[in-house]
Design a protein around this ligand. Structure first.
Ligand code: OMK
Length: 233
């Protein structure tokens, strides 16, 4: 049985990523808000665009803390952020949804999201993804490292220097693999399952523009930043 050792450097890298990840303040607010009041489809849509806009800003700050990211070609930095923003938002939403809440609150939250204005056809794939994330019982380190790995995906559109991105993503994958082995010793395939979720995430983000434009209301308004990041308007 191979003895898995996390090196000093890997511990330091994980610490940097988890600390940067913990600066994600906003998502808890959205769950609290949704539990506090029932909103109209228009209010929910506005809440979503506000949450998504601030989430993009949070993700930019998180990504800038990833060691080496700021030394990448500037256009590649933009291509990586643009290419991963929607995935990061759904991953974040899933992590918010997977938070254990007082009895019954998770049921209320699910109900509120189901009735928020999302078109029927997207509700099942979205919750299937969320429930597959819940089933993994991810630790904070795994969530933070998985988010960094998602952002540092070399094969995003318009990325010129794939090699440079791979060189940043590889150490994250190495330490995530070790963290998975150490935190889930009974599940040798846990790391593979975790990465498998990223494939499911990409299919979900496939529909994101339609999920927004088909929100059950007329006249969908988006912030300029969201028009940039989402393929809408
Ligand atoms: C955007 C953002 C950033 C950071 C953290 C969370 C969010 N997400 C949101 O604000 C929206 C709200 C928004 C208000 C209506 C209900 C869903 N949201 C979505 C979602 C649904 C559909 C699409 Cl197209 C996108 C996201 N899934 C959620 C799961 C949760 F457990 C939760 F608490 C909020 C969730």
């Amino acid at each position: 049985k191979e003895k898995v050792e996390i090196t000093k450097e890997q511990k330091a890298l994980t610490k940097v990523i988890v600390e940067a990840y913990n600066r994600h303040q906003i998502p808890q607010d959205v769950a609290k808000k949704l539990l506090q009041d029932q909103y109209s489809v228009e209010e929910n849509f506005l809440l979503l665009t506000e949450m998504a806009t601030s989430q993009v800003q949070v993700i930019v700050e998180f990504t800038k803390s990833i060691p080496g990211f700021l030394s990448l070609d500037h256009e590649d930095q933009i291509a990586l952020l643009k290419g991963s923003a929607v995935e990061a938002m759904f991953l974040r939403s899933a992590q918010v949804f997977s938070k254990k809440m007082p009895n019954g609150h998770n049921g209320i939250l699910e109900e509120r999201i189901r009735k928020s204005g999302i078109s029927e056809e997207f509700i099942t794939p979205m919750f299937n993804f969320y429930k597959s994330i819940i089933g993994l019982h991810m630790s904070l380190e795994e969530q933070a490292l998985l988010t960094a790995i998602t952002i540092l995906t070399p094969d995003r559109p318009y990325v010129k220097d794939h090699q440079a991105v791979e060189k940043l993503q590889e150490p994250m994958l190495d330490v995530l693999r070790k963290v998975c082995v150490l935190q889930h010793p009974q599940e040798p395939q846990y790391f593979a399952r975790l990465l498998g979720r990223l494939t499911e995430l990409r299919t979900l983000t496939h529909y994101h523009a339609e999920m927004l434009t088909s929100w059950r209301m007329n006249d969908h308004k988006f912030t300029p930043l969201l028009c940039e990041i989402w393929d809408v308007q």
